[in-house]
Each structure stands twice: as C-alpha cells, then as structure tokens.
Design a protein around this ligand. Structure first.
Ligand code: SF4
Ligand code: SF4
Length: 280
C-alpha cells in the first residue's frame, strides 16, 4: 500500500506525521519526495547505502547544421530555447527535457545531452528503508527527481511518501499512484484555505484521503466542521505541545520522544486499512 502525506501549505507538520507513521510500522519504506527541501532524514537519520544522480535530457545545438528557422523556439512552451539572429540560445534551467525541439528540428541540428538536476539517496534507519530525493540548488525541475525516488518503491513494503507542500506539479508527481493520502493541516485561516485547495486536487485525482489536524487545540473549529459536513475522515488530532515542538527542533521523531504516540499512529494506519480495504 502506498500512503502519501501531503499538506496544502508548508509548516503544518507533514514531515512529523510522515516520519512518525513510517517509524511506527514494521516493513515500511519512507520516500522523501519533498525534494526541494527534504528533511525527513533529519528525523530518521538513515545510513545512506547508495546515491545515484538524476538527469534530464536538454538540447545541444550544432549551429553548423542549423538554418536558424526558429522552429525549436516555436515549439518550446517553456521558453527554454531562443533563436537570436544566427545563434540558438538554450536556457537549460528552464528546460523540461520534453524533447519537442529535437523532434521538430527540420535539420537534425539538435542532440540531447544529460544534465544532472539532483540525486537520490537510498539507506536504512533501523528496520525502516529510506529513499531521499534532493534537487540541486538553483534547479527548478522537481518532478524528474520525484519520479526517480518513486522508481525505488519496494512493492513488498508499506510505502509512506512525504510529499512536497502545496498543490502544484511536484505534489501531483509525488502523490500520483497513492492508495491513500493523509492531508496534514492546522486550524488557522491559512491552513483552512490551503486545505480546501488540496481537497480539490485529491478529489480531481480520485485518491481517497483523510485529514490530520495538527496543533488542533489552537484556532477555531472550522476545519472540524468542514470535515464533518464534507464527510472527510479526521484520522488524528495532535494538540499543540511545547515538548513536541522542542523534540522537533532537536530532530527527534515524535514517536521516539513520546512512545505513547506510536499507538496513535498505528491506530491511524488501522483506520486507513479499513477505509482502503488493504492491509499491506
Ligand atoms: S529548429 Fe533546428 S534548424 Fe531550426 S533554429 Fe532550431 S536548431 Fe536551428
Ligand atoms: S526539450 Fe522541451 S523544454 Fe527543453 S528546450 Fe526543448 S522544447 Fe523546450
């Protein structure tokens, strides 16, 4: 079973939930797909056993074959290639590696070369298997790194995906294929607003989901009311705790710092298995 942990906005406690759930389970694999700012490893402290680079194919133009017809610029919807007089400029940071310019070049003047945009680390933290994607600083293309992370999925394990925050392309890349998604939110106006956006995305993708309300005793009851009206399961509520915040700041997973939380995470997992009808 693949369970992704997402949130409409950053800072809601998404990684806290993902790491604690993964550490509570036996035979689990934790995928950190928040590749622009991966931080699950701060809590799981894995021993990295392998690293592989992630490349995207970007165009390289042979100007001796080029007629400067402008077709490549015309087909590139990302403005990553431009023809200026008798030169073709490639802005590789903007390139999505879609291959259109190479395909449509009428003179075969473009070949594709690999450009490294990130790396994937695999490792272990006790019984937990970990995979961490890291997008290189200054790179904009998170989805190729996320896709490489997901290629490491072990079908024999329960997969927990720490998705990026928000509702844009990297989130879609991370949660696609999930059997269930946990949306972590907080009962604040910003948290509520971004929860609505995330709910829209998950409904559009037809992925079943439930909500974890972090710092549940702060703010108002709007989130709980909304979930009740919309029949969205509230899987767990985590009250604000100075001790949890301190453990977080010291890189300690909640379930290690407060073992009583392990049962709460296992109960949440049980609820998910009942909803999905899957237990592996
Ligand atoms: S499409 Fe090919 S021939 Fe035309 S400008 Fe681009 S690289 Fe040159
Ligand atoms: S590979 Fe795609 S995104 Fe990159 S320059 Fe060519 S057309 Fe643009």
């Amino acid at each position: 079973m693949i369970i992704s942990v997402a949130s409409g906005k950053g800072g809601t406690g998404k990684t806290t939930v993902a790491t604690s759930l993964a550490l509570s389970l036996s035979n689990a694999q934790l995928l950190d797909c928040d590749v622009e700012e991966p931080n699950a490893h701060i809590f799981t402290k894995p021993e990295v056993t392998g690293t592989k680079p992630v490349f995207i194919p970007v165009p390289e133009v042979d100007e001796t074959l080029c007629s400067f017809c402008g077709k490549c610029q015309e087909v590139c919807v990302y403005n990553a290639i431009a023809v200026i007089k008798d030169h073709v400029l490639v802005f590789s940071e903007l390139c999505h590696g879609c291959g259109s310019c190479t395909y449509f070049c009428p003179f075969g003047a473009i070949k594709e070369v690999n450009r490294e945009v990130g790396v994937v680390d695999v490792g272990t933290s006790g019984e937990l298997h970990t995979v961490t994607g890291r997008l290189h600083v200054g790179e904009a293309m998170a989805p190729p790194v996320i896709k490489e992370v997901k290629k490491c999925i072990d079908p024999e394990k329960t997969i927990i995906i720490d998705a990026p925050p928000g509702t844009s392309c990297p989130v879609i890349a991370a949660i696609t294929g999930s059997d269930y998604c946990i949306l972590v939110t907080e009962p604040t106006p910003f948290g509520f607003h971004d929860l609505l956006l995330a709910v829209d995305v998950l409904r559009e993708m037809a992925i079943p989901f439930g909500v974890v309300i972090n710092r549940s005793d702060l703010g108002d009851g709007k989130t709980t009311d909304y979930c009740r009206i919309e029949q969205i399961p509230v899987l767990m509520e985590i009250p604000f705790s100075k001790e949890i915040a301190m453990a977080y700041s010291e890189g300690k997973p909640v379930v290690n710092a407060f073992p009583e939380y392990k049962n709460m995470f296992l109960n949440m997992y049980k609820k998910i298995t009942q909803i999905t009808g899957r237990d592996v």
